[in-house]
Design a binder for this molecule. Structure first.
Ligand code: DI6
Ligand code: FE
Length: 408
């Protein structure tokens, strides 16, 4: 019996990313889907019928590269205002930590985010998600963390979900409950951690507003013990954890995330061998964020060789945020991961597709194969390495999410 597709693309150069390594390249390929699900991805000669009999609509893409829709698995793209003033201060020599300790940094964005109405926050945040989509991102993770009170955290998470519905892309939300200590809790750290863990987290989970939780474990933020307290509450509610770990110093964050079977540990510039081994045992994904490494002019690279050696899957994300990574292009993050961290273009593409999906706990996407979601991109490119190679501008020709073509 012939399976019929709604849409069939012919003459594709497919990078399926299926299998554990390699691009999964198939030349002279076709990909077809019905509803939101792929029903065929393979060589044209293996199509079970003539295209006209097999699909309601078929067309050639003339050899263009087709990949899974990109997945940006770590962003903070919902926020009020911007921090170009801090960019200027850093160029004059102020450090990120010094600006944060003086009440700027994250707290300055908290003030702007609290002050913004929900409609205004959506209006400010939507173009950032649109920029990602325009260059091939069909799934994006968005963290809260600029509210630091329940009302504003929930407002951020609702705005994130609305962005997904408005643009037709998938949005996964993460409750970043421990990001910074707000002024009303100054000198009351334990009370803040208790409120975030025992009151706000259950409320967010009860409202089904978060798919995971996250914390910022760092000298200028929260200790491993505080993060552990928060994670225990998340575990009790059945929510998976992610962690901003070992970005500016080694506090053992990677091992902490692994101890909670974390979906991922992110940043990881200072992660040591024990942290890498713990992640390998737990199956946690190493999310690399070269945008903040670049913007802060960091010099210590994450332990890429160790991740490779121990088989820790690596993902690449933008960390799109107003302070340390005002980066609105996942492809540029892929380029930076190659140039700054030494990833191969193949690792960068796997890191923005299959491994990024894994960092979000999503088993239905990130590769092109029968049964997976029909999230895919047709590129103005023929070789997969071009995606990490070209710098600036967009390269996506057509973007399909859940089988539907999205307006450019
Ligand atoms: N790590 C980061 O890179 C961002 N948050 C975090 O926990 C920075 C957020 C900001 O500076 O606004
Ligand atoms: Fe971040």
């Amino acid at each position: 019996m012939t399976v019929r597709c709604d849409r069939l693309l012919l003459d594709c150069t497919l990078a399926t990313l299926s299998g554990d390594s390699g691009y999964g390249l198939v030349e002279h390929a076709a990909i077809g889907w019905r509803g939101g699900t792929i029903v065929f991805a393979g060589p044209m000669r293996e199509l079970p019928a003539e295209p006209e009999a097999f699909a309601l609509a078929s067309e050639s893409v003339h050899g263009a590269l087709v990949t899974p829709g990109l997945v940006d698995c770590h962003t903070h793209l919902v926020f009020g205002g911007e921090r170009a003033d801090e960019f200027e201060q850093r160029l004059e020599g102020a450090s990120y930590e010094a600006i944060a300790r003086a009440g700027g940094g994250i707290l300055s964005t908290v003030r702007a985010t609290r002050a913004a109405s929900e409609a205004r926050l959506l209006e400010q945040s939507l173009p950032r998600a649109q920029a990602l989509l325009r260059d091939g991102v069909t799934t994006v993770e968005v963290k809260s963390g600029y509210g630091l009170n329940l009302e504003t955290e929930m407002k951020m998470l609702r705005v994130a979900r609305r962005i997904g519905r408005t643009l037709g892309i998938s949005v996964r939300t993460t409750f970043l409950g421990l990001h910074a200590l707000p002024p009303e809790f100054a000198d009351r750290r334990a009370d803040f951690v208790a409120a975030a863990s025992d009151e706000w987290l259950p409320a967010v989970a009860g409202g089904r507003l978060a798919d995971a939780v996250d914390a910022f474990c760092e000298g200028i933020a929260f200790t491993p013990e505080e993060a552990r307290r928060f994670f225990e509450s998340a575990r009790g509610l059945g929510l998976p954890v992610k962690l901003h770990a070992d970005q500016l110093s080694n506090l053992g964050g990677a091992a902490l995330a692994a101890a909670f079977d974390g979906l991922s540990a992110d940043h990881l510039e200072w992660t040591d061998e024990a942290g890498v081994e713990a992640m390998a045992r737990a199956g946690s994904v190493a999310v690399l964020l070269p945008g903040s490494f670049y913007a802060l002019r960091e010099t210590r690279s994450p332990p890429i060789a160790g991740f490779r050696e121990h088989g820790v899957p690596m993902a690449v994300a933008t960390d799109l945020n107003p302070g340390t990574s005002p980066l609105r292009s996942l492809r540029l993050a892929m380029n930076m991961a190659c140039t700054l961290f030494g990833l191969t273009p193949e690792e960068a593409l796997r890191g923005a597709t299959a491994n990024a999906a894994r960092a979000l706990g999503l088993g239905d996407r990130g590769v092109l194969a029968q049964g997976r979601r029909a999230d895919l991109v047709v590129w103005h490119a023929r070789r997969p390495a071009e995606l990490a190679y070209w710098i600036g501008d967009t390269l996506a020709a057509r973007v399909f999410a859940g089988g539907a073509e999205l307006p450019a």
